[in-house]
Design a binder for this molecule. Structure first.
Ligand code: ZN
Length: 307
């Protein structure tokens, strides 16, 4: 069976320590990898996720201390939504009160919207029947309340049709519903990370990338062959060219700008985060790609302190 859906979401943060604290301590996610931005090794790259950093659970950040705040608008991933057991919404409403938590309902599901310390728009959706799914837990975020990966992401676009076509033709999604100005696409039988909502806004200003905004959205490909088949389809059926494949150590990726202007990535499920440190010690040490290992001393000295 094809493995489709969201692989990861990558966003921009300000202060590294504050980001680490919010996602591991407040939200209770696991730091599954601590590395640097391969294209800008003066900055960290943090990966948060479930115990293994499974596709569909991974939220990553480039913390750039001096990044200017982003501006919400058209052509961006504007909302990143986690899934929790239905009974946990009350726990999170209390826990996230200081982060602007507000309850609502979308597509019949109970939802809690809030913002991270950099203003990034996040939400939690409560779902029935997922209590028994494995969870990464901490002292105050126990299994009954813990996050189980992504519920969905929400893209805000001037027009949604061309983006929706790519979700359907290339990434295995199907349109499953509409509510107001939102069209929901889902990969049947895939969770976490099986839903993308496209919100149409007419005449909105373009979003400006910055602190609190999402840099790109990555979709899953099982392996290199599946990725190359997606690349071929994008070229022949949508006239879109991707970058060359880049080795991100934990997955292999291509990138392209979709018609609604969001930066999309395709990332392989393989090899995963246990490729360079033991599964029970993920996120423990600063990991560097081989081409930067020779500069470890300078890199470590330049990175901001985390403790
Ligand atoms: Zn990425």
């Amino acid at each position: 069976m094809a493995r489709n859906g969201i692989h990861h979401v990558t966003a921009i943060a300000g202060n590294a320590r504050r980001n680490l604290d919010f996602y591991t301590r407040i939200l209770g996610l696991r730091l599954v990898k601590k590395t640097v931005n391969f294209d800008d090794p003066g900055a960290y790259h943090f990966y948060y996720g479930d115990e293994a950093g499974s596709p569909g659970t991974i939220l990553t950040f480039f913390p750039w201390e001096d990044a200017a705040p982003g501006r919400a608008g058209a052509g961006e991933l504007q909302e990143t939504v986690f899934r929790v057991p239905e009974g946990a919404i009350g726990f999170w409403a209390t826990r996230l009160a200081d982060y602007g938590a507000q309850r609502s309902t979308r597509f019949g599901e109970a939802m809690l919207s809030f913002r991270d310390p950099d203003g990034m728009r996040l939400a939690i959706v409560g779902l029935p029947g997922i209590e028994a799914e494995p969870a990464w837990t901490t002292a105050d975020v126990t299994a009954e309340n813990a996050i189980r990966g992504f519920h969905s992401v929400g893209l805000t676009l001037n027009g949604t049709q061309a983006t929706g076509d790519i979700l359907e033709d290339v990434f295995g999604f199907r349109e499953v519903g509409r509510e107001g100005d939102v069209t929901r696409y889902a990969v049947e039988g895939t969770s976490p990370g099986g839903i993308v909502d496209l919100r149409a806004v007419a005449g909105a200003l373009p979003a400006r990338l910055g602190r609190g905004s999402v840099h790109h959205l990555a979709f899953r490909a099982a392996d290199d062959a599946a990725e190359m088949e997606m690349v071929r389809k994008l070229a022949t059926e949508h006239g879109l060219r991707t970058t060359e494949q880049r080795n991100r150590d934990y997955f292999r990726s291509v990138y392209f700008r979709e018609p609604g202007h969001v930066l999309f990535e395709i990332a392989t499920d393989i090899p995963g985060f246990a490729v360079d440190e033991p599964a029970d010690r993920l996120g423990g040490a600063l990991k560097l790609p081989a081409f930067l290992e020779g500069h470890r001393q300078q890199i470590e000295a330049a990175l901001p302190a985390l403790a």
